[in-house]
Design a protein around this ligand. Structure first.
Ligand code: HGY
Ligand code: MN
Ligand code: MN
Ligand code: MN
Length: 412
């Protein structure tokens, strides 16, 4: 549970580091290390409650939209709003900063603006998007995709987690009526500009020796599910020549992912999750599910990578006498952030560097609908989606100051 409120000692202005330390024991994953906080699970629920309490303590009016995204309004909701925020959920065994840094920096930015007597002259909100990582139901940016209509409500409702719990059941248990999820014209229509602060998930700012940067693009990226079907059997009584073992083509597909991505400029392909069924040590699997994450600087290159991996998977399956099905589960084309807005943000900040990102973000989904910008905070480890992810307190505060300046610029 939350142990303290994260406010800096006695002051009225919180620090990002202080707020992060307040949630440092929520969703810690003793098995994997790092944090496992997934939409509508216990840990994410505790984080939501903490955020609501922090927002209310700042006089912000908080509500959940029909898709389970949280909105904290400084003043009345209204059109042409300046909106900032990010997500609180994580990948399994994720780092402390990916998502939460954007949320706590928004709270700290409100503190610092208020401390200097600033009041926004237009509607202003902090948003916390649901299931950005897709860590439970497999679709990244599920909350912002539902909000913007980028995924059909029926598809979302049928999603299931690793335990077979549907999004419908989990949403209902969390107080989100699944019958009403879907494009939210009112919430989307209110957003005048969206600015997301995020820890950098790479070493660009380290190499540029800069604490803060602005995003210029996001790679095209998608997720595919490969299912290899063979014949379950006994590990001891089945001769090698009598097997149709789906683990073989699955293993060859993992290797194919590496060489296919290496052959495409800027390409990336990852198999981070393989699930044999039934999964017994002395059992030849009857089927194997494998998830592929493929990314590239544009749609054509991403598709080329997946085509090459799929061809290798089919050939390997055929050789072993297995069947294979391949299903695309999510896709996001290359995002080029609005260059004028990006340059305006960089100018407001005195000329911070612009850099691309290989990581997807809710800002990437919203960029198709509203003027959107992203700020990155230096990550000296260059590592993300792992416990080693890091940002130094001074750089976190530089991020808060930059975010406050940008938000003030847009809401003055
Ligand atoms: O997977 C991603 O790129 C993001 O961190 N959700
Ligand atoms: Mn992430
Ligand atoms: Mn993130
Ligand atoms: Mn036996």
């Amino acid at each position: 549970m939350i142990v303290h409120n994260g406010h800096s000692e006695g002051g009225s202005v919180a620090t990002a580091t202080g707020l992060l330390s307040a949630i440092a024991d929520v969703g810690t994953d003793r098995t994997r290390g790092g944090f496992s906080r997934h939409v509508f699970d216990r840990a994410e629920h505790d984080l939501r409650e903490w955020f609501v309490e922090q927002a209310r303590r700042r006089g912000l009016d908080v509500h959940s939209d029909r898709n389970g995204n949280l909105w904290a309004w400084w003043g009345a909701p209204g059109p042409d709003a300046v909106v900032t925020g990010s997500h609180l959920d994580s990948v399994p065994g994720g780092g402390a900063f990916d998502g939460p840094l954007g949320v706590v920096s928004a709270l700290a930015a409100v503190d610092s603006l208020r401390a200097k007597g600033f009041t926004p002259s237009r509607p202003f909100a902090i948003v916390v998007f649901a299931e950005e990582e897709g860590g439970r139901f497999g679709i990244p940016c599920l909350g912002s995709r539902l909000l913007s209509g980028a995924i059909s409500p029926d598809v979302a409702r049928r999603l299931t987690d690793a335990d077979g719990v549907t999004f419908t059941e989990a949403a209902r248990a969390a107080g989100v009526d699944p019958a009403f999820v879907g494009r939210d014209e009112e919430a989307l229509g209110r957003i005048g500009r969206f600015v997301e602060l995020h820890v950098e998930q790479g070493r660009g700012l380290v190499d540029m020796d800069a604490p803060v940067g602005v995003a210029e693009s996001i790679l095209a990226h998608g997720r595919w599910r490969f299912t290899f079907s063979g014949q379950g059997n006994h590990a001891g009584t089945t001769q090698i020549g009598d097997r149709t073992d789906p683990m073989l083509p699955a293993s060859q597909t993992v290797l194919a992912a590496r060489w296919a991505a290496s052959g495409v400029d800027g390409g990336r392909a990852t198999v981070g999750r393989i699930v044999p069924n039934p999964g017994g040590t002395n059992v030849i699997a009857s089927s194997v599910d494998l998830w592929l994450d493929a990314r590239a600087p544009n749609d054509r290159r991403a598709r080329t990578i997946v085509e090459r991996i799929t061809a290798a998977a089919k050939q390997a399956a055929n050789t072993e006498g297995c069947r294979v099905t391949v299903r695309q589960e999510s896709y996001g084309d290359t995002v080029h952030f609005d260059a004028d807005l990006r340059d305006e943000v960089s100018t407001v900040l005195g000329g911070v560097p612009a850099l691309p990102t290989g990581a997807g973000h809710d800002a990437g989904i919203l960029a198709a609908h509203v003027p959107t910008a992203m700020l990155f905070v230096r990550n000296p480890s260059g590592v993300s989606h792992a416990p080693a992810e890091h940002a130094e307190p001074d750089d976190c505060e530089a991020g808060v100051a930059a975010l406050a300046r940008v938000l003030e610029h847009f809401s003055a």
